[in-house]
Write a protein that binds this ligand. Structure first.
Ligand SMILES: Nc1nc2c(c(=O)[nH]1)N=C([C@H](O)[C@@H](O)CO)CN2
Length: 121
């Protein structure tokens, strides 16, 4: 199984369980790995034999910018559902949503959740 990775997608959004997060917003970072067969693309050099990662970036940026939710788990699940629906070639997805600076007191680098999903045929 081959992998397309798009790493470090940084988008300003308004997701969070606190009112302040909905009002002020913050940056979110998305890392996504798409598991699919890239044999044909590797042989044919044809863009339509793979998934255009520029389109993947745009789908994720648009989703994170809009329709705020409480949990980064829910945000990640919503993105995954869109990716599976949009691209039939994808067999599995690993996606991490990171909040670099959540409004939580303490000393830590960041918070994140990682979701691993297989296509349910
Ligand atoms: N597992 C999670 N825990 C928490 C989340 C979340 O999205 N997933 N979110 C929050 C708040 O929005 C936090 O960022 C600010 O208090 C708390 N815990």
């Amino acid at each position: 199984m081959d992998i397309i990775n798009v790493n470090g997608i940084k988008v300003y959004g308004y997701h969070g369980a606190l009112n302040a997060e909905r009002e002020i917003g913050q940056y979110f970072i998305i890392d996504v790995s798409l598991y699919l067969d890239l044999m044909s693309a590797s042989k044919t050099d044809a863009l339509d034999e793979t998934i255009n990662y520029a389109e993947v970036y745009q789908l994720i940026e648009t989703d994170v910018k809009n329709n705020p939710v409480n949990l980064i788990e829910h945000l990640g699940g919503r993105i995954i559902d869109q990716l599976f629906t949009t691209y039939d070639k994808i067999n599995e997805i690993k996606l991490t949503v990171t909040k670099p600076s959540p409004p939580i007191d303490g000393h830590y680098d960041n918070v994140s959740v990682t979701l691993n999903r297989k296509r349910v045929s």
